[in-house]
Write a protein that binds this ligand. Structure first.
Ligand SMILES: [Zn+2]
Ligand SMILES: [Zn+2]
Length: 416
């Protein structure tokens, strides 16, 4: 009799032991599983015409019955490409790539895609012909079967742009210039082009922007579109509300007006930029806008590649939001001095944070970057700029010829 009691007691202990260990496990999962179900008011026409949507899917899943059709997922990978953008969207056997970082990141993006089991891409989008977006696209185009290539009706007189065009020619591809409002399907997901609404003077403003919808979840990708284009986008797209916003232009102060941001009302915002970039990304104003609205921010400069996974009703992330609210602008002198006492990491070595900042206003409009010490000039995306001391960096809008006239020599590696 006593033995039975002891066995029973042991069993109870074991069982409670199990429940104790399972609790923190489910909590830690909760930590990254931020449900967007409270955002149901967001359901738009695109999801409304999905009659057997989220609710029935959930019930089927819970009862353990037929989940085959609804067991699908959509993954959005914001790939860390340093200073630049690249996002991979995967659902079922379908995939889409938006941008591929700069020239030095083509192979890294190729390998990332390969690791994800990608052999062909339903859509390849070069948001606009700036090197930090299309630089790596030629490698992707050469290496993968690309079914549709979307690019804006905007050329760029750069070797990077020509490389992309050449890669398309060699494979017999032609880019389509999508019109605002055009809806495409990617497996069970759809995306609608939200911009560019018209042809703009600035390259960034011609960025293809799009809203991706997967059942009740949505993502807005803004490329580098500036605030100048936002009223046009608002005027042409009825519903901009999205769970996730890929913040325009690396979080720059020239994009993401309060009015626009409030139309999107994202729960999560992604900023793709390089650590210690010379452009001052992301800006304090944009970060404050997000902080004030309790938007959760993810940053590739701090967190590396970020992955959002949607089951159609909620979105889970591979990391917790950033929470540093650290702006890239030179206003934070106190933080810089705090840095100087600590041992430097590799990435901090690239740009000495204690050196005086040389962030002229035209930094992001610069055609070239001059090293005032070596008297060389570089393309703004040249890798060697990272090795330069900030006090030697000078941004310029001058053209190649006038720089050479002034005695500057083109960099041997980026060949401006
Ligand atoms: Zn950019
Ligand atoms: Zn750009």
């Amino acid at each position: 009799m006593k033995k039975n009691w002891i066995i029973l007691l042991l069993c109870t202990l074991l069982l409670t032991g199990c429940s104790v260990t399972s609790e923190p496990a489910s909590k830690s999962q909760e930590q990254v599983q931020y449900s967007s179900s409270q955002e149901q008011g967001r359901a738009d026409t695109e999801t409304a015409d999905n009659p057997d949507g989220r609710q029935s899917a959930k019930k089927q899943g819970a009862s353990g019955k037929k989940t085959s059709a609804k067991s699908g997922r959509l993954e959005v990978h914001f790939i860390d490409v340093g200073q630049g953008d690249s996002a991979l969207i995967k659902t079922g056997s379908h995939a889409m790539l938006i941008d591929a970082g700069d020239n030095s990141k083509g192979t890294a993006v190729q390998l990332y895609l390969k690791k994800q089991g990608i052999t062909s891409l339903d859509y390849v989008i070069g948001t606009h012909p700036d090197s930090d977006h299309i630089g790596g696209l030629d490698v992707v185009i050469y290496k993968f079967d690309c079914k549709n290539i979307l690019m804006p009706d905007c050329k760029n007189d750069t070797a990077t742009y020509r490389d992309v065009i050449d890669s398309m020619k060699s494979k017999g591809y032609k880019a389509v210039h999508p019109k605002t409002g055009t809806k495409y399907s990617l497996g069970d997901a759809t995306f609608t082009i939200t911009g560019p609404v018209k042809k703009y003077k600035e390259t960034n403003d011609n960025s293809i922007s799009l809203r991706l919808v997967y059942q009740d979840t949505s993502f807005l990708f803004m490329g580098d579109a500036t605030a100048d284009t936002e009223p046009d986008i608002i005027a042409h797209t009825k519903n901009l509300r999205s769970d996730v916003l890929k913040v325009a232009h690396h979080g720059s102060k020239y994009s993401t007006s309060e009015e626009f941001f409030n139309k999107v009302k994202p729960e999560w915002a992604i900023i793709s930029c390089a650590e210690n970039n010379h452009y001052g990304f992301p800006s304090a104003r944009v970060l404050n806008l997000m902080r004030g609205t309790h938007t959760k921010v993810f940053r590739t400069d701090e967190q590396g590649s970020l992955v959002a996974e949607s089951d159609g009703s909620s979105i889970r992330w591979n990391a917790s939001p950033s929470g540093t609210w650290k702006a890239g602008e030179s206003t934070q002198s106190s933080k810089k001095t705090a840095h100087s006492g600590t041992p430097k990491t590799d990435s901090e070595k690239r740009a000495d944070p204690s050196a005086p900042e040389n962030q002229s206003i035209s930094a992001e409009d610069a055609t070239y970057v001059i090293n005032v010490s070596s008297k060389k000039f570089h393309k703004p995306d040249c890798g060697s700029i990272r090795q330069m001391s900030r006090k030697n960096i000078q941004y310029t809008k001058q053209n190649r010829e006038s720089l050479i006239k002034e005695g500057y020599a083109p960099c041997g590696s980026c060949q401006p």
